[in-house]
Write a protein that binds this ligand. Structure first.
Ligand code: PNS
Length: 156
């Protein structure tokens, strides 16, 4: 059976942690859809189109789409059988477990958790933005094109 995995997130910006999980998904699933959430109530550093273009450039072999509303509806529309989430640690698990149960309750779609590579367990988009804006070096935590784009946005 040809399995499609959907990997949702804000991806603002994509980090080495995202690239890690998405690249490993490409090895495990026949079709991988990176699903960038449209969230008008959240102010993003990069526009939706920028984030989608970054992902296309960073991870060969994936489809990149955007969605608003429920993730499970996007999964159904794109015929994804599996939601994939990266897990950095116990705090992620607590939250993600609840969402996994809710999503399965809603449509029956299951969630697969992929452990972050150990060297990336502390990396998140929000921390990368905060550290970078305050002058810290995040060059080893995000891909080069993201680092350059953050510098242009004056947060690097
Ligand atoms: O990268 P993020 O911001 O941690 O991603 C969160 C995301 C997009 C995976 C989550 O907020 C989500 O699934 N949003 C879609 C709305 C939805 O389906 N909510 C119910 C979740 S049980």
């Amino acid at each position: 059976m040809k399995v499609t995995a959907i990997c949702p997130g804000s991806y603002d910006p994509p980090t080495n942690g995202h690239v890690d999980i998405l690249s490993r998904c490409v090895l495990m699933y026949e079709r991988v859809v990176a699903a960038v959430v449209v969230n008008p109530s959240k102010t993003a550093l990069f526009s939706l189109d920028e984030r989608m273009d970054f992902l296309r450039e960073l991870v060969p072999g994936i489809e990149v789409r955007s969605f608003s509303g429920l993730l499970v509806d996007a999964a159904t529309e794109w015929s994804a059988q599996v939601i994939v989430k990266g897990l950095r640690g116990a705090a992620d698990f607590e939250y993600e477990q609840q969402m996994a149960h809710m999503n399965r309750h809603l449509t029956g779609v299951d969630t697969v958790f992929v452990p972050s590579s150990p060297e990336l367990m502390f990396v998140s988009s929000s921390l990368v933005k905060e550290v970078s804006a305050l002058g810290g070096d995040v060059s080893s935590l995000v891909p080069g094109i993201i680092h350059d784009a953050m510098k242009e946005r004056h947060v690097g």
